[in-house]
Design a protein around this ligand. Structure first.
Ligand code: AMP
Ligand code: ZN
Length: 138
């Protein structure tokens, strides 16, 4: 897509710190890492977010995530990692080209991903689960 920074990165038109590549995917270091080694995995094709993506990417993506995460753990000594993928501004998406963040984690590294809440009642929770379960089948 024209003017998309991650399309330009995937095509090599803008420099990036490449870590891995497959026929459909490209992985490179995030410029502003949550922790050092923070890597982005993108499809080379432009999808604005997860809802546009070709489900056929699945196998290649999981394999790439496993390879990249294992390599990050080995190289950085990370004790764990997060996979995060933001969809929409409200979710913190800044670049409108689908990407997965692989973030190395260390005990007490101070990163907090979200604050957890609770439901008002079991009934509210049941109603919401039912509404989503019905909608998923549409
Ligand atoms: P998101 O907020 O999920 O859209 O994440 C976008 C990410 O892309 C941010 O973590 C940025 O630091 C990162 N980013 C933006 N431009 C570049 C770039 N040219 N090279 C590497 N990472 C980038
Ligand atoms: Zn793009």
């Amino acid at each position: 897509m024209q003017d998309c920074i991650f399309c330009a990165i995937a095509k090599g038109l803008i420099p990036s710190s490449s870590v891995y590549e497959t026929p459909s995917l490209y992985a490179f270091l995030d410029l502003n890492p949550a922790n050092k080694g923070h890597t982005l995995i993108i499809p080379k094709a432009h999808y604005s977010n997860l809802l546009d993506a070709d489900p056929q990417l699945g196998n290649e993506l999981i394999d790439a995530m496993q390879r990249v995460a294992r390599a990050i753990i080995t190289v950085t000594g990370a004790e764990g990692f997060n996979v995060i993928q933001n969809n929409g501004r409200a979710a913190g998406q800044e670049v409108d080209h689908l990407h997965w963040h692989i973030i190395p984690r260390f005990a007490n590294d101070g990163l907090t991903l979200w604050k957890q809440h609770s439901y008002d009642s079991q009934e509210e929770m049941n109603r919401l689960a039912t509404a989503i379960r019905v909608q998923v089948m549409h």
